[in-house]
Design a protein around this ligand. Structure first.
Ligand code: AMP
Length: 451
């Protein structure tokens, strides 16, 4: 497909020509008409696939010239760096278009940004927190937003922005087009789609397009976490063979746990990245791995995307990803530039179903390898693996009727009060028990009568 096949206009053609792009990338070709149609769209594409232009081309194609001050397109991205990058890309495409683009993000002076907003903008590119602050201050009016793009939504959710996203959804006009891009599918992303998107069209570049021929894939059936660790320890002892190893796990907690375990076994050879680590820590880890200072990198799916590191000898899937696309992204980190890469997949009994889904997607059976004899099969289970024990006929266990009732605690004084009526009189009587002046005699007499 060429750019001529897309229904672009002259200013966009000219901008693309200036950029020297020959053809649209697959995601651009596939997304153009669907996004242009105005439907809600979910795009699955990684950085580097041309995804920014995939949503910007159709948006710019249909954004009419306007002098109104309130922005009509809102693009949310997880980091400042991405704000800058996306603004830059939009400006490149807008070379021959008269539109106003502004990037806003936290950590900088909000007043300068307020002034820029007040000048009137067509497109706002923002991180969620700062966007919300600007909207709440009422300088930024969102009532004219027609198109909402959430880019790198997986990273956004992984960084804990779900709550901010919800707040923003609340103040956006209901009639709008939602466009969302994510590199990986995660449970959080899936939940967000089901809750907030109306029957979205899914755009995805064929994952099977990953050059599988360069990658030798094998798998092990492993009963539990500690046996996986033992197998890993056994394999990683061969430092020549396993000289640059990227290990994937699904969760941050698991990444930390595995990192600690490996660090104890292979001291000074391991590093870790996930979204709870600071940016500096993550950058340092990646550098150490890239330079070969450390040969093992433990990473979560979301953080490892976009990692472009040469000569990775092995990608090890310490767990089996629930979404088969994530497996494709993981193994795509190796076998680059015509070199043969190797991948290993560890699956417990519970993970077999996910493994089958992966094989279905690839239409290929992964070669199964038996755990070497030297690897100890552990029976120790981590918290998540332990079964919920249901007790039966436990004679020591108390019967239901013997169990203590609901938790009891002393009521606060103000809650203990019973309404006796006439509170003013009672308070006064308490206060003025004994008459101190003649004037009080009357009241004492009244009290006597009552008694
Ligand atoms: P992205 O995936 O949006 O981060 O884009 C990755 C890079 O590809 C950016 O530097 C774009 O400028 C570039 N790019 C986008 N579309 C094309 C295209 N059709 N042909 C060549 N390069 C492109």
């Amino acid at each position: 497909m060429t750019f001529q096949d897309l229904n672009l206009n002259t200013p966009l053609y000219n901008a693309i020509e200036d950029l020297g792009f020959e053809n649209p990338t697959p995601i651009q070709a596939e997304a153009f008409n669907i996004i242009a149609s105005g439907k809600d769209v979910v795009g699955i594409a990684q950085t580097g696939t041309g995804k920014t232009f995939a949503y910007m081309l159709p948006i710019l194609r249909h954004l009419k010239y306007s002098r109104q001050d309130n922005p009509r397109v809102l693009i949310l991205v997880p980091t400042r760096e991405l704000v800058v990058q996306v603004v830059d890309e939009i400006e490149k495409l807008s070379r021959y278009i008269n539109n106003r683009v502004l990037g806003v993000y936290g950590g900088t002076n909000i007043n300068t940004q307020k002034q820029a907003v007040a000048q009137g903008q067509d497109i706002i590119v923002a991180t969620p927190g700062r966007l919300y602050d600007l909207a709440v201050s009422r300088v930024l009016q969102l009532k004219s937003i027609q198109k909402l793009v959430i880019d790198e939504v997986d990273v956004m959710l992984d960084l804990g922005f779900r709550h901010q996203l919800m707040n923003i959804f609340d103040i956006l006009p209901e009639r709008r087009q939602n466009i969302m891009f994510s590199a990986t599918m995660t449970k959080d992303v899936d939940d967000l789609i089901t809750h907030f998107f109306i029957n979205p069209a899914k755009v995805q570049i064929a994952v099977s397009g990953t050059p599988l021929e360069n990658i030798k894939q094998q798998r092990y059936d492993v009963p539990n976490f500690y046996t996986k660790v033992n197998l890993l320890e056994y394999l990683l002892q061969d430092e020549n063979e396993f000289s640059k190893v990227l290990i994937f796990v699904a969760y941050k907690k698991m990444a930390d746990r595995l990192f600690d375990t490996l660090e104890a076994l292979f001291h000074g050879q391991t590093c870790v990245i996930h979204s709870n680590k600071t940016q500096n820590y993550r950058l340092r880890s990646i550098e150490q791995f890239r330079d070969g200072e450390h040969r093992i990198l433990v990473a979560t799916d979301v953080m490892a995307r976009g990692l472009d590191i040469d000569d990775i000898t092995h990608v090890i899937n310490f767990d089996t990803p629930e979404y088969p696309e994530n497996y494709m992204h993981r193994i795509g980190r190796t076998g680059r530039a015509e070199k043969e890469g190797r991948t290993l997949l560890f699956s417990t009994e519970k993970e077999q179903e996910a493994r089958e889904k992966i094989e279905d997607l690839m239409q290929l059976q992964i070669e199964s390898v038996v755990i070497p004899e030297a690897v100890e099969i552990s029976t120790t289970l981590i918290e998540e693996e332990r079964p919920q024990i249901k007790e039966r006929n436990n004679p020591i266990k108390r019967k239901k009727e013997d169990l203590p009732g609901p938790a009891f605690h002393e009521k606060k004084d103000k809650n203990k009060k019973v309404n006796l009526g006439g509170s003013y009189r009672r308070e006064a009587a308490k206060k003025y028990k004994k008459p101190k002046t003649r004037g009080d005699k009357n009241s004492n007499r009244r009290n006597k009568k009552r008694r």
